[in-house]
Design a protein around this ligand. Structure first.
Ligand code: NAP
Length: 313
């Protein structure tokens, strides 16, 4: 078998086209979607990630701003800024780029973001809500994987899904989201004994371990769907995933390349969440306006009646 190679860039492009239309409609109604990114320090990888996010925002018509601080900034300054952004109606989502310098209490920063603007789903309320499938937003990377599976028409219900990697940002939310779609889930991690005995049973294998060539062809069931979330930079500067791509592609039915698979979808889901947040704000404003009009009509009718009553008298 030779797998279908899933083109994450093409799927992302299609979704971005739809988001651009939605963003333009919202902008026409004076509700331009807005994302604020907070970047502390000079970590080169963080700078690259943030500039990619900002560029992607401009491609679909999202108003974005990158708020930068030196690595020695007092955390109280960042907390005060987040407080202001929480109140700002032009800001629909807030993202704090991690990692943060050591003087920061990361939980305190993440908890200070309004639950309704918590685009990365790091606030404890949203982490808990994920368990019952009620987050304000779906977390970006797992949602990107979910959209890939949906795009490829891959049925989730009843499937054996193995997630390799149990991080809070990818593995755990991924497992919860697919469990809500009635898959049977196994989660593996660095201390899993004999990883292959799990991966070989997977109808859908999702790998997010950060270990190049961790998954070899003999660990994969013939016809499995293989989603490689990993991004690893090798000594020669090239980027690879966690899956031995060439060999596994001979056995799988579908496979994502890395790069060019999940990565573009993660950024696109960030855009998706920001546009949805603006859509929600628009609907709330619309409802508030309708309620206001209803209220006005009520007063109008009543003042009319009062006037009529006066005339009758
Ligand atoms: P992380 O926080 O380092 O977590 C890695 C997870 O993999 C941990 O649960 C770890 O187990 C497990 N693991 C490590 N070595 C393993 C092994 N040999 N066998 C089985 N499990 C193993 O990393 P992350 O943030 O989840 O990211 C994982 C990878 O995805 C990285 O390469 C990252 O760059 C990439 N990533 C890509 C995107 C994207 O958009 N494409 C987004 C986010 C992350 P323990 O819990 O036991 O330590």
């Amino acid at each position: 078998m030779s797998a279908k190679i899933i083109d994450g860039n093409a799927i992302a492009k299609k979704i971005k086209g739809e988001l651009a239309i939605q963003a333009a409609t919202l902008t026409a109604h004076d509700m331009k979607p807005g994302l604020s990114v907070i970047l502390v320090g000079n970590d080169p990888a963080s700078q690259v990630y943030v500039s990619k996010k900002i560029k992607a925002c401009s491609e679909v018509g999202i108003e974005s701003q990158c708020l930068r601080f030196s690595s020695s900034v007092d955390p109280s300054v960042v907390l005060a800024l987040i407080h202001d952004l929480n109140q700002d109606p032009r800001v629909h989502c807030i993202l704090v780029q991690l990692p943060l310098p050591t003087q920061f209490n990361v939980s305190e920063i993440l908890e200070s973001i309004s639950q309704s603007k918590d685009v990365d789903v790091f606030h404890l309320y949203n982490v808990g809500a994920l368990v019952v499938g009620q987050t304000v937003f779906p977390p970006c990377t797992p949602y990107g994987v979910q959209r890939i599976l949906m795009h490829e028409g891959i049925v989730i219900e009843g499937k054996n899904v193995v997630v390799v990697g149990a991080s809070n940002i990818v593995g755990k939310p991924m497992a919860l989201m697919l469990m809500q779609q009635n898959a049977t889930i196994s989660i593996c991690h660095a201390k899993t004994r004999d990883l292959a005995q799990y991966t070989i049973l997977a109808d859908i294998l999702i790998v997010a371990a950060g270990k190049p060539a961790l998954i070899k062809a003999e660990m994969v069931k013939t016809g499995a769907v293989v989603i490689d979330v990993g991004i690893n930079r090798l000594a020669d500067g090239s980027l690879v995933g966690d899956v031995d791509f060439q060999a596994v592609a001979e056995k799988a039915s579908h496979i994502t390349p890395a790069p060019g698979g999940v990565g573009p979808m993660t950024v696109t889901m960030l855009l998706h969440n920001t546009v949805q947040s603006a859509q929600r704000a628009f609907e709330n404003r619309d409802q508030a306006w309708q309620a206001h009009c209803e209220n006005d009509r009520y007063h109008f009718c009543h003042s009319d009646l009062a006037a009529e009553n006066e005339e009758v008298k």
